[in-house]
Unconditional design. Structure first.
Length: 453
């Protein structure tokens, strides 16, 4: 394992980890989740979740990757005999996320191009469903939708191209360019959004605290759920990325920087999205609550409508917005695909080129199904499985396994403390040994109950 690749610089690693964390979830998921779960009051559970679960788990994953220097399956295999399956489970989740995450980036790419002449027309919602995605009868897989297929091929060429180039020359370089660019583009949009008519109303709606939400368990669960997804924890990603850290690296401090950068971007996105929603509500003469949306509809139906109504330079802001989505998405996609590229490489001792071709190629092929008429239904099925058997459950098994089953918190703590600025203490073990398992356990139970019973 002597030639395991390494990051060139500390900043390179942090930017790559932040690049994975900042994704579509920050832009289209966080604003609505915060709004629906107490608005301004949501920041309390959110911050609590970040400090008691997000950052402690990030520290754990960084320590595991750094100590055992392997992709997730190899790390677990080295950590304890017979536990390699845990890594493969995480890798499998990442694999399926990659198949549909890539498609959404492809949509954003098309929309960046449509922005040049506001090609979505006066009614962006019908354009999205009827003209662009060509949604047909449920369950019917029809012809290829050319508008999706071509950008999807481009997305995969870029992502796999970066991965072919390697850790330092590919992933690190790409993130060093894309993340600063993303932050710049996004800041321009947020400043513009803040100066639109109605922005203040939007922000009031977003930040208005509903303190009663704090006594509601589902609000706390929503906060933890957002933190896990947003920080890409439990997906094998952070273990893989930290396995490329040089021996002399800080761990805890890196985890804090990654966690806070991701949350700052999330807050920025909330401000930008709600300012823009406030503007749209003012244009339509309706209260802001009536225009709140999230996910695909927010990005591809509501935003085009908002951009249509911009007072000037509509096309320019369209390109900025969809360009940001593409950048945020690509850096996350690269990280998810790297988990199985690294997994395959470690397991079968093949070259990076081979594992990118096989692992990445397979994910790319599967993703093409979503670019057909009716492919959207397939996306729903995969999403259902990922949510039921993925996110919370894999995280739960990981943390219970490490904390309780093989009882590794003490050795990991000593290991991290020996090389880090910030010292881990009893709080870290309390978070991982008690708080996180309880919350994840409840989330899993709730998820299974809702989905299976
Ligand atoms: N963290 C990314 C986001 O916020 C999503 C993601 C989840 C990326 C899981 C990779 C794996 O969108």
């Amino acid at each position: 394992m002597s030639q395991r690749p390494e990051w060139g610089t500390r900043a390179g690693f942090i930017l790559a980890a932040v690049g994975s964390a900042i994704g579509l979830g920050n832009i289209w998921r966080f604003p609505a989740v915060a709004y629906e779960n107490g608005g301004g009051a949501f920041f309390l559970p959110y911050l609590f979740a970040l400090l008691t679960a997000g950052i402690p788990l990030l520290v754990m994953e960084f320590t595991l990757g750094h100590k055992y220097r392997g992709s997730s399956p190899l790390t677990f295999a080295r950590l304890s005999k017979g536990s390699e399956w845990l890594g493969w489970w995480q890798v499998a989740i990442s694999f399926f996320i990659a198949t549909y995450y890539s498609v959404i980036i492809a949509w954003a790419m098309s929309y960046a191009v449509f922005s040049f002449n506001l090609g979505w027309g006066k009614d962006p919602k019908s354009f999205l469903i009827g003209d662009y995605l060509q949604v047909t009868d449920a369950g019917k897989f029809g012809d290829m939708v050319p508008g999706v297929f071509i950008p999807l091929v481009i997305v995969w060429i870029v992502a796999l191209g970066v991965l072919f180039a390697g850790v330092k020359k590919g992933i690190e370089k790409a993130n060093k360019v894309m993340i600063p660019l993303l932050v710049t583009l996004f800041l321009i949009i947020v400043v513009r959004a803040l100066t639109l008519d109605g922005a203040i109303e939007g922000l009031n709606t977003f930040f208005k605290p509903d303190w009663s939400a704090l006594s509601n368990g589902t609000v706390w669960i929503a906060a933890y759920g957002q933190i896990f997804f947003s920080l890409s924890i439990g997906f094998a990603i952070m273990i893989t990325y930290s396995s490329y850290l040089p021996k002399k690296s800080d761990i805890t401090n890196n985890a804090f920087i990654t966690g806070f950068s991701n949350s700052s971007f999330e807050l920025l996105a909330g401000i930008g999205v709600f300012s823009a929603l406030g503007f749209m509500a003012a244009q339509q003469g309706v209260p802001v609550d009536q225009v709140v949306e999230s996910g695909v509809i927010l990005a591809f139906a509501v935003f085009p409508e908002i951009i249509n109504q911009f007072p000037f330079a509509n096309e320019f802001f369209g390109v900025l917005f969809f360009g940001s989505l593409v950048l945020a998405g690509l850096t996350s996609l690269i990280s998810i695909v790297e988990t199985f590229v690294a997994g395959v490489q470690d397991k079968f001792n093949v070259s990076r080129t081979t594992s990118v071709l096989v692992g990445g190629g397979l994910a790319a092929l599967i993703s093409v199904v979503y670019a057909t008429q009716g492919g959207l239904n397939f996306l729903d099925v995969v999403d259902y499985f990922i949510n039921t058997f993925g996110v919370a459950l894999a995280g739960l098994v990981e943390v219970v396994f490490v904390s309780w089953y093989i009882k590794q918190l003490n050795p990991l703590q000593n290991y991290a403390n020996a090389i880090s600025d910030i010292r881990l203490g009893g709080w870290w073990k309390l978070c991982l040994g008690v708080i996180t398992p309880l919350v994840l356990g409840y989330m899993t139970y709730d998820n299974l109950k809702q989905n299976l019973i």
